[in-house]
Design a protein around this ligand. Structure first.
Ligand SMILES: Nc1ncnc2c1ncn2[C@@H]1O[C@H](COP(=O)(O)OP(=O)(O)OP(=O)(O)O)[C@@H](O)[C@H]1O
Ligand SMILES: [Mg+2]
Length: 326
């Protein structure tokens, strides 16, 4: 039994939440910086850290004022992410832990995404297979036990979320690209363009998304193309390759449960296809916990707390923190 305060600040979202027993969200606040970065078409690191600094005290106060139960530990994202952004949340968490005399728990951002699956109505049970699809990651991970992971496949270049963002820019759609491409695709023809499904016949669980973005660029250069058709055809290809690889991973591992997490897990086509086409129990986080948030960090922090995996005041942010070593 534990009540954990979770702090997420790895990129452009300041997420603060309190979660009980890794499952029950008692309070959740999120300050998105999308509007500030929108005009640049992507996240500007220095602006991101300044925004976190501006808002973090107020959000923590808001969350703490709304709960009655005492906090047992403070968890914060240690990495991966942007150095300045990570530093704001991690330093804040360490200072709070010191002044409140509570344990401090560093959390790997991707482990946070994995634990967002525990915030839904039903929770997975270890061991399970997972697909992490976000702005910086496209990975198939075998989750053997809490904090014991094996990366079975990853992207060789762009992440799938990154390709949504880059293609949205090519199509003059707004940032972040995922939601705006999904919206445009709703009225487009997904068969209008036959975009490549890279690595489909390689027999491994690796991904590559940079060729897909280039194929979209060439299609646009070739002549008149309806934005909606390009968006729908791109989305179809981007999601199709995820399904191809995950089916292969299920066959390879014999897994019976699959967790899909990360910002792209909010994509409706991916949600629909994975719940209807796969012969496996699928766990999708509730929409609001797909993108970065504090609740997922608190949920992962709960498990780390229960396993005695604490940090100390010497714990520093690590923008390239590997999952297995965390
Ligand atoms: N409906 C959607 N369809 C497709 N992609 C989406 C959707 N909603 C959000 N995304 C994508 O999710 C990404 C953001 O997810 P998330 O916040 O998990 O990434 P991140 O934290 O920047 O990266 P990482 O977790 O790898 O460090 C963006 O690339 C965004 O375009
Ligand atoms: Mg993320």
């Amino acid at each position: 039994m534990s009540v954990i305060l979770g702090i997420e600040s790895s990129c452009d979202e300041t997420g603060i939440a309190v979660v009980k027993n890794g499952r029950e969200v008692l309070a959740n606040e999120l300050a998105s910086q999308i509007d500030v970065h929108k005009i640049f078409g992507g996240v500007v690191p220095e602006i991101a850290s300044r925004q976190h600094t501006k808002i973090i005290s107020q959000l923590v106060a808001q969350v703490m004022d709304s709960i009655e139960e005492p906090i047992d530990a403070i968890a914060a994202t240690q990495g991966p992410g942007l150095m300045g952004s990570l530093m704001v949340g991690l330093s804040f968490a360490k200072a709070l832990a010191y002044s409140w005399k509570l344990p401090f728990v560093p959390v790997h951002h991707i482990e946070g995404h994995l634990f967002s699956a525990f915030l839904g109505e039903k929770a997975p049970e270890f061991p399970f297979l997972s697909l992490v699809v976000s702005g910086g990651h496209t990975q198939i991970i075998q989750c053997h036990a809490p904090h014991h992971y094996e990366i079975l496949g990853t992207t060789r270049d762009d992440a799938v979320g990154e390709s949504f963002d880059k293609v949205a820019r090519l199509l003059n759609l707004s940032y972040p690209g995922g939601p705006s491409i999904q919206k445009a695709a709703a009225t487009g023809d997904p068969t209008a363009f036959d975009f490549p499904r890279a690595m489909r016949n390689k027999g491994n669980l690796e991904f590559s998304y940079s060729g897909l973005k280039t194929a979209v660029l060439y299609a646009l250069q070739e002549g008149e193309a309806k934005v909606e058709d390009v968006a729908a055809s791109f989305q179809a290809a981007a999601i199709d390759i995820l399904l191809i690889k995950i089916k292969q991973a299920i066959q390879q591992t014999g897994a019976t449960q699959l967790v899909i997490a990360g910002g792209v897990a909010a994509n409706q086509l991916l949600r629909d296809r994975t719940t209807t086409e796969l012969d496996i129990e699928v766990f999708l986080p509730p929409f609001k916990y797909c993108i970065d948030n504090g609740a997922m960090i608190a949920a992962a922090g709960h498990s780390r707390f229960e396993h005695g995996l604490f940090g100390d005041f010497g714990t520093t942010p690590n923008p390239g923190l590997p999952l297995q070593a965390s």
